[in-house]
Design a protein around this ligand. Sequence first.
Ligand code: ARG
Length: 459
Amino acid sequence: AENTMWGGRYTTGPAEIMEKINASIDFDKRMYAQDIGGSKAHCRMLMATGIITQADGEKILSGLDQILGEIEAGQFTFKRALEDIHMNVEARLTEIIGPAAGRLHTARSRNDQVALDVRLWVRDAVDRADVQLADLQSALVERAEEYADAVMPGFTHLQTAQPVTFGHHMMAYVEMFARDRSRLQDARRRMNESPLGAAALAGTSFPIDRHMTAQDLGFDRPMANSLDAVADRDFALDYMAAAAIAAMHLSRLAEEIVIWCSAQFRFVRLSDAFSTGSSIMPQKRNPDAAELVRGKSGRVIGALNTLLIVMKGLPMTYGKDMQEDKEPIFMVRDTLDLCISAMTGMVRDLTANVQSMREATLPGFATATDLADWLVQTLDIPFRDAHHITGRIVKLAEDQGVDISELSLERMQEAEPRITGAVFERLGIDNSVRSRVSYGGTAPDQVRAQAKRWREVLG
Ligand code: ARG
């Protein structure tokens, strides 16, 4: 059969396998709203500049609205023979309004059309991720306020380091997700330029108004170079890179939840709604959602790599390779969406086991730094010497099988005779966290102040 899309010089249609490798409709139909919205903006501009008549323009606009309705009602038949979303919409427009449909593509190419559709789609994905991350931050702030003075061991190297609070730990993630949101905002600002009107690659001889379509579609301005406009996908990579970093943060939190849920830690309990049982071991409460957030982060990171690799060897300008941008972009959007939602649900429902966290803080001499600081502050001993004396006291406690706070004053004085009983006030874990009042420190009042600030920011 003759090819209906590029007609003229072809005598046969594509081989079946050609159609299969070439068609993108199975996935790019997700961009129908962006495609129709972009076409309407283009049509309004063609009317305003007198490139097409009002009468043809009105027909095109109403036909596009009808198609939007059909797709949303699930009544639209997508055809692989028509390759992609752009041609599917245009072919249907021809069925509905007749030859006037052929005027929509004046001064436009699928190259600037697809660049526009993807940009609009990614911009929506950025906005969605921002809203979702804000919601996750709110859930973390709620837990931070609830557990502002719940003591837990702070770790480095997964070795007990110093006591912190669970609230402080939650707030650390609030900051990470804030930077993820900021990276998404940066990406949005950079991507918010319109490629429409670049046409195939070189611009057009028609008197189009690119500023008009840019403004109509909510862009800050048209892109300044037509070759760049159709050739680059860095805006999508910006989004995916920000998403990959967010996925990495989600994965770290997920990993912590997995550890904290274990019988050996018992720091947190996920709600029934976010736990799964075992078909053989009745005692099990598995953190599957957390494990899957951790596991699925690989898809996001992989998709970023996929598109980088697709793009890196392409000469200017458009190459069909670039059709491969969509599936990784969609993968990132879907995975991030799911992972943020699942994480928000887990955090919102999570209860911390205050008693277990406190007990876990005791072994490991978590207040050794407090002792060294006390020696500096009370006896004016240089920190390096205080560190050494504290090391000897830790050794004594270890030999005796007790915490340093449980050593007798006499034992301590073997290491440093000037130590007085006042030191014990400093060695309790609550006193330890309460003393960390430096800006950004773990003292409960600091944590509450940060949580309050964030609650106001998040509204
Ligand atoms: N489906 C194509 C894509 O996603 C649309 C652009 C086609 N342009 C072209 N010159 N073949 O990239």
